[in-house]
Ligand binder design. Structure first.
Ligand code: 5RP
Length: 218
């Protein structure tokens, strides 16, 4: 299986976690797109979706899948999304597509978080993938200086604005030994909206695409 086939395989395996008669949280990215496409076949079984980005909402709607406002929803049974890096402890770096804030909100509002990823995303230590930080534009320089103090090299994602109207700083050069501690530290910098570490609330299940098939880690 090549990488795309692995992404498709984990996306299809995630259908098993879709509970009939509930609302499903939907991530962002190429792996999440495969999940959206697979979900279309069983759309009549669910009560709608909450999307983590404008792009995913558009793709859901193109399949005739209902997209709901999170404020109108009491409970999301499961959130299905990809990752840029994952450890065996299901702590993640996300935000390669810049949707990290809404992803974190929908994950937090969901009973269960199922991460779908191909094996290239599995790492021992998080940080080789530059850690995305969503920042209020006026705080860009201040936040960048604070991130340097934490040992990183922040780089502005040029020409990119998030769905929330903010900028992204990608932090290079980190070896993240204590992901939950760093997640909390970065959250405490004034001007930071969200960081791409999902460690305080990691995934509950990881469906990992390998050459031999889909492996489940919990
Ligand atoms: C978007 C994300 C994605 O989940 C992450 O970038 C993985 O993307 P892909 O499935 O395309 O490899 O966090 O903000």
């Amino acid at each position: 299986m090549n990488q795309d086939e692995m992404k498709k395989a984990v996306a299809e395996a995630a259908l098993e976690y879709v509970e009939a008669g509930t609302v499903i949280g939907i991530g962002t990215g190429t792996t999440a797109n495969y999940f959206i496409d697979a979900l279309a076949a069983i759309k009549h079984r669910i009560n709608g979706t909450v999307a983590s980005s404008v792009a995913s909402a558009r793709r859901l709607e193109s399949h005739g899948i209902e997209v709901l406002d999170l404020n109108m929803v009491d409970e999301i049974s499961v959130y299905i999304d990809g990752a840029d890096e994952t450890t065996r402890h299901l702590q993640l770096i996300k935000g390669g597509g810049g949707a990290l804030t809404r992803e974190k909100i929908v994950a937090a509002a969901s009973r269960k978080f199922v991460c779908i990823a191909d094996e290239s995303k599995l790492v021992d230590i998080l940080g080789t993938f530059p850690l995305p930080i969503e920042v209020i534009p006026m705080a860009r320089s201040y936040v960048a200086r604070e991130l340097v103090k934490l040992g990183g090299e922040p780089v502005l994602r040029e020409g990119f604005t998030t769905d929330n109207g903010n900028i992204i700083l990608d932090i290079h050069g980190l070896q993240i030994m204590e992901p939950a501690k760093l997640e909390a530290q970065i959250n405490n910098i004034a001007g930071v909206v969200t960081n791409g570490l999902f460690a305080i609330r990691p995934a509950d299940v990881l469906l990992l695409g390998t050459a031999k098939g889909v492996t489940t880690l919990t």
